[in-house]
Design a binder for this molecule. Structure first.
Ligand code: ADP
Ligand code: MG
Length: 349
């Protein structure tokens, strides 16, 4: 059995300053780069600034905010997080009060669940727990490399306890039926990107930035030479290689979902972490990766997951409904793109 996860190595905290141009007064733009981990993945910061001290502090502050976002709001593994508390109180007849920001996210997520016909469904916590593919793919422990396919009965139970249509959001409260649990893994990194761009707007000393939280990237502002931001898209089948580059201007959100990030192979079959909520099995729609570009982080992240489940044909309809663009890589390594994406993407040949 093959075991793979590219994110598992924790990269130590590095803070590097690269002078882009030099001047005696020290007020020319510099590029600040740093790498850390948050939200269960690698976070890479590239920031263009004329005031390095302020930018350094801003990056440290962003990092602390991402860690808090995970711990206090989104992580279902932390009992005291907002999502943890909701899950612990499933079946509360009185509903569970939800803080305004998370309530807004849940409303957006619910709308995308409806539009995607349940391809995005954040109520599949029980299915995720049953497979436990994330920890299996991330584990170094030999014993854990043996993937047990779920028993039919257990899968049936998990499927019965899944379904966005069973959730009610009303007056800033959520009503989650007993046995169900939320998992916001499909949108968390996109939400993080939304938060990052808001924070950057408040920091006038930062003129431009490209920040990636795992497979979700936010570009912000302008580069010192006013050239577009180039974001490399990982090749889903050639480790360490790039499929091509996306060129975008200003603030933009780019999310990629793929079957190569966290997976386990058994008997020649790949079991990855993006599930089809209708079958309870890893999605099998003929794709190995989907990249979505839009003007909203949560949306790009949600759509990349939903499109991965839907496949290229239905996925294109969904992204076009939201005015977003997408690049699909099929298992045969063919590229399918929306018209807008054709203008942004340059393939590495
Ligand atoms: P990544 O986490 O690698 O960026 P995604 O954004 O596609 O990838 O999210 C995958 C995560 O979302 C899974 O690890 C799981 O927690 C959750 N998930 C898997 N399938 C779905 C789905 N169909 N709808 C909603 N959430 C999902
Ligand atoms: Mg996603």
């Amino acid at each position: 059995m093959k075991h793979c996860n590219r994110k598992k190595r924790i990269i130590p905290w590095i803070l590097v300053l690269c002078a882009v141009s030099f001047s005696a007064c020290g007020k020319q733009p510099v590029k600040l780069t740093s790498t850390n981990t948050a939200m269960g993945t690698v976070v890479q910061y590239v920031v263009y600034t004329k005031d390095t001290k302020v930018a350094e502090e801003a990056v440290l502050d962003l990092q602390a905010k991402l860690e808090r976002l995970e711990k206090e709001v989104l992580s279902r593994r932390v009992e005291s997080s907002q999502v943890g508390v909701i899950n612990a109180h499933a079946d509360s007849q009185a509903g569970v009060p939800v803080e305004q920001e998370l309530y807004g996210y849940l409303q957006e997520i619910q709308e995308i669940a409806i539009e995607s016909d349940g391809a995005l469904d954040v109520t599949l916590g029980e299915i995720i727990t049953l497979w436990d593919l994330d920890s299996l793919a991330m584990s170094d422990s030999k014993e854990q490399q043996f993937l047990m396919l779920p028993e039919a009965e257990a899968l049936e139970w998990a499927l019965q306890n899944t379904g966005y249509e069973k959730v009610v959001l009303e007056e800033e409260k959520i009503y989650l039926p007993e046995g169900m649990s939320l998992d916001l893994g499909a949108v968390g990194k996109g939400i993080a990107c939304d938060r990052i761009s808001k924070e950057l707007e408040a920091c006038k000393e930062i003129e431009g930035a490209v920040i990636s939280v795992g497979g979700s990237v936010v570009t912000y502002g302008t580069k010192w030479d006013k050239s577009p931001w180039n974001v490399a898209i990982v090749h889903p089948r050639k480790e360490g290689a790039y499929l091509g580059t996306l060129s975008v201007n200003g603030t933009c959100y780019i999310s990629t979902s793929g079957d190569y990030e966290r997976f386990v192979e058994k008997d020649g079959k790949r079991y990855h972490h993006i599930m089809n909520p209708h079958t309870g099995y890893p999605a099998d729609s003929g794709l190995c990766s989907v990249t979505v570009v839009s003007d909203n982080g949560l949306l790009s992240d949600a759509l990349s997951t939903a499109c991965f489940v839907l496949g290229a044909e239905e996925g294109i309809k969904l992204v076009e409904h939201y005015g977003a663009d997408a690049l699909f890589v099929t298992v045969e390594q063919e590229l399918v793109m929306t018209d807008g994406m054709k203008k942004l993407f340059k393939e590495n040949k």
